[in-house]
Design a protein around this ligand. Structure first.
Ligand code: 1MF
Length: 190
């Protein structure tokens, strides 16, 4: 994956746990380099090793770290030069989620080594929707949960996200049931 991803992992760890924790994680993951180059393509194993090392060093489940990272990614890319990209993908959560493949196509035009996952929305109603996720990369479902929650908060709303497996054989994939949590002003109560 592009170094931007690994830089964001470093950003999350250093902001929440400090630079010493980051250096212990980096050492545990056997990384020689002090830093990552955003536009350079790194083997996916670098990212997986970082998450595993962070999990061991911090005593947190990998899923917990991945979910936190998903939320962080939305904030991080917004301030690291991709705010316009995020703005262009939609003005509401369901619109954004329906446009994820187009958003990735735009990024891939500029950065051809991108290997984006594919997403599909189904069953979209006033109450929520189902997001289908097809990735080249195994084990990142909790990351998508965090991305969706991070996006929701970018749009000023809250969601419940429940992952599940769906489809048979070749079609088997991860999906997420997303339910909008009513904002306080919508409930009639204070
Ligand atoms: O293959 C890749 O390197 C890659 C990197 C990031 C593929 C996808 C992504 C983005 N995606 C990360 C989870 C991937 C999980 C998987 O593969 O199954 C998150 C997509 C996303 C979902 C919801 C909301 C926002 C999202 O992302 C916004 C986004 C996506 C890509 C970039 C920035 C924001 C991006 C921009 C430039 C990149 C790489 C990614 O590369 C650079 C960076 C600096 C200089 C040159 C190239």
């Amino acid at each position: 994956m592009y170094g931007l991803i690994n830089r964001a992992v470093k950003g999350l760890v250093t902001e929440q746990f400090g630079i010493d924790a980051w250096n212990r994680i980096r050492t545990r993951a056997n990384l020689q380099d002090e830093d990552f180059i955003s536009m350079e393509n790194y083997d996916d194993s670098v990212t997986y090793d970082l998450v595993a090392a962070a999990s061991e060093e911090l005593g947190l489940e990998a899923e917990t770290i991945l979910e936190a990272f998903g939320g962080y990614w939305v904030e991080y890319t917004a301030v690291e030069g991709y705010g316009e990209l995020l703005d262009s993908a939609g003005k509401t959560l369901p619109e954004f989620l329906s446009n994820l493949d187009q958003m990735h196509a735009r990024v891939k035009l500029a950065f051809p080594d991108l290997k984006p996952p594919r997403f599909r929305v189904s069953d979209s109603t006033d109450a929520g929707l189902t997001l289908h996720y097809f990735s080249h990369r195994p084990g990142l479902s909790a990351l998508v949960t965090g991305l969706v929650k991070g996006l929701a908060s970018r749009f000023g709303r809250e969601v419940e996200v429940t992952p599940f497996r769906t489809g048979d054989g070749e079609e088997a994939h991860d999906a997420f049931k997303i339910v909008y949590v009513a904002a306080p002003e919508d409930t009639g109560k204070a």
